[in-house]
Design a protein around this ligand. Structure first.
Ligand code: ZN
Length: 185
């Protein structure tokens, strides 16, 4: 009887495994030389094929959604108060950007990504500290290797081809100032 109980628990654990497994990815086959900055908000096409803007959302719910996604993943997420949360380990690949995921680390910032929603100092401070740490742990990551998602994906929205698919983290993100603080002026 005791043995049956253990087996039942094991099969319950297996049923629960997929949600957990998405917090991991394949092991890396090449060194990290790229960090991609994202925002949680941005444009997408709704179920009716119309362009809509997804708002920034909140840390726990965004992590829950990305970790429940069958294919996509990220390594880090930072909220507006500067709280940093880890998701996929840096030693594993997370799919977050077309064609560059295998060599990159993904950082998501909670922000609408619309060029107006501000990035508060606490969030930028936490990002700078995380980037310094990543650059120390992955020596191939240089100033030129810290890029915005919009720098790397120039595709168009399938439901609105006149608009770009990826514009995050948007013009309110202080890219030059962040790079100067991490790598020097
Ligand atoms: Zn992005």
């Amino acid at each position: 009887m005791a043995r049956r109980r253990v087996l039942a628990l094991v099969s319950l654990a297996l049923l629960a495994a997929p949600a957990h497994a998405r917090r991991s990815g394949p092991p890396r086959a090449q060194p990290v030389d790229l960090v991609v900055i994202h925002s949680t908000g941005g444009p997408t096409c709704d179920a009716q094929g119309r362009p809509i803007w997804v708002p920034a959302g909140e840390l726990n719910e965004n992590l829950r959604q990305i970790e429940a996604h069958p294919r996509l993943g990220i390594h880090w997420m930072i909220d507006k108060g500067g709280t940093v949360r880890a998701s996929v380990p840096e030693s594993q690949v997370a799919h977050h950007v077309l064609t560059h995921s295998r060599r990159s680390i993904a950082i998501e910032l909670i922000n609408d990504g619309d060029g107006r929603d501000p990035f508060p100092p606490a969030q930028v401070d936490a990002l700078v500290a995380l980037l310094k740490d990543i650059a120390r742990r992955h020596p191939a990551v240089t100033r030129a290797g810290v890029r915005r998602h919009s720098d790397l994906d120039r595709g168009r929205m399938p439901c609105a081809p006149e608009r770009r698919r990826k514009v995050d983290p948007g013009d309110a993100y202080p890219h030059a100032a962040v790079l100067a603080r991490v790598f020097g002026p």
